[in-house]
Design a protein around this ligand. Sequence first.
Ligand SMILES: Cc1ncc(C[n+]2csc(CCOP(=O)(O)OP(=O)(O)O)c2C)c(N)n1
Ligand SMILES: [Mg+2]
Length: 426
Amino acid sequence: MSRSVSDGLAISHRPLAISLCPETLNQALTFPCGKPENQGTILNPQAISGDILASTPATKTNGKADSEGSLARAHLTKDDYLELLKQLYLARYFDIRLAKEKRRGRLTGTLYSSHNQEAILVGSLYGLRPNDWISPIHRDMPAFFLKDIRAGWDNNDRMGLTIEELCAQVWCKVTSPSRARDNWSHIGSKAKHIIHSTSMLAGTIPAAAGVVYADRLNGGDAVVLTYNGEGSTAQGVFHEAINFAAVHKLPVITIIENNHWAYGTPNHLEYSLPDFARRADGYGIPGLIADGQDVLDVYDKVMECVEYARAGKGPSIIECKTYRSYGHGDHDDDRAAKYRPQEEIEMGRSRDPIAIMKGICVEKGYLSQADADKYKAERKHATEASDEDFPPEVVEYVKRGVEFAVQSPAPEAHEGSMWVFAEETK
Ligand SMILES: Cc1ncc(C[n+]2csc(CCOP(=O)(O)OP(=O)(O)O)c2C)c(N)n1
Ligand SMILES: [Mg+2]
């Protein structure tokens, strides 16, 4: 199909067929219609106005329930729904616990909060196979231990980092994957199929493309999920890497976490179209939009793209609309409270992913209202939330990681030059 838009651009698209649920993918594709009001075919209209702030109340499911049978979620059981909810609590508690530890003086170093963005991590990771690859960055710390957590929270052989490893990383201890070189996301694991994050925004996409290219050449069928903020989409390497992946039909799924701010820069100073998914049009690949507050919507969209990629059809982009709860990092919290209007912050936080998933579970009869009311973590800042707001198994799990990190030794001083200079081998 070819469209001409008023500014003279002509862009062609092939309708995409996909084994899992073709109509959803086709519905959710973003086409370069030129004007925002021409977006009628996109699945999630309230989230694509470019403004999560004008979005739905917490318990609405974007009206997608009617066509649930065609969505990936149709294969999920009651246990899956409750597990997804528990993982949202887990990601939230990890974030809140670190903030509390820092306030208590037991932790130093900058924290980059994923508060309010957990549904993107949980929903995107839930359907992956153990040997699939991911490349998380600074906003995605829980992804390192959520990867393959379905193989068992306590299964240390699963294809994800353990909570102990991740906490040791944050505490900069000798037991950490980076052996105390960093306190945050500059880690990876070839064995666990986690691509090492770089500090250069979008820098992991070419690495991810290379990894799955090699896997394909070796006969594998792994896919890779790369996580990126919307700010990184302006980087040259973002375009170069995705274009390369498109040309070679590589199974690279680029998740754009559109939290509406890149450090102190709001989207309107960064981008003149309402939807970052439209970047996909430039590469001739699908660009989907997910409600980043709704773990099931993220799951559906990611699974569509995973199936598409695994079938050898190539890369895709999924823009997850969300809102950054706090500052860029905790060093920026106070400033962010000033450079962002209070009203906007409140609106952006009003659709809490935990509340939304709770509402869905109650609506489906998977959770009683009394059980839903038992743990009230949603919409609470680290200073407001207590352990009682979370399921005890979640608290215990993170606590174990924290205690392991606190008890672990710091590296010896002589390790300072380790991995910097070539070491003598005998
Ligand atoms: C190429 C490059 N430019 C600038 C930076 C500094 N920097 C780190 S994070 C960040 C903002 C990122 O915003 P976004 O991509 O939207 O992700 P978010 O932090 O909102 O999750 C900037 C400018 C960097 N790391 N790499
Ligand atoms: Mg951002």
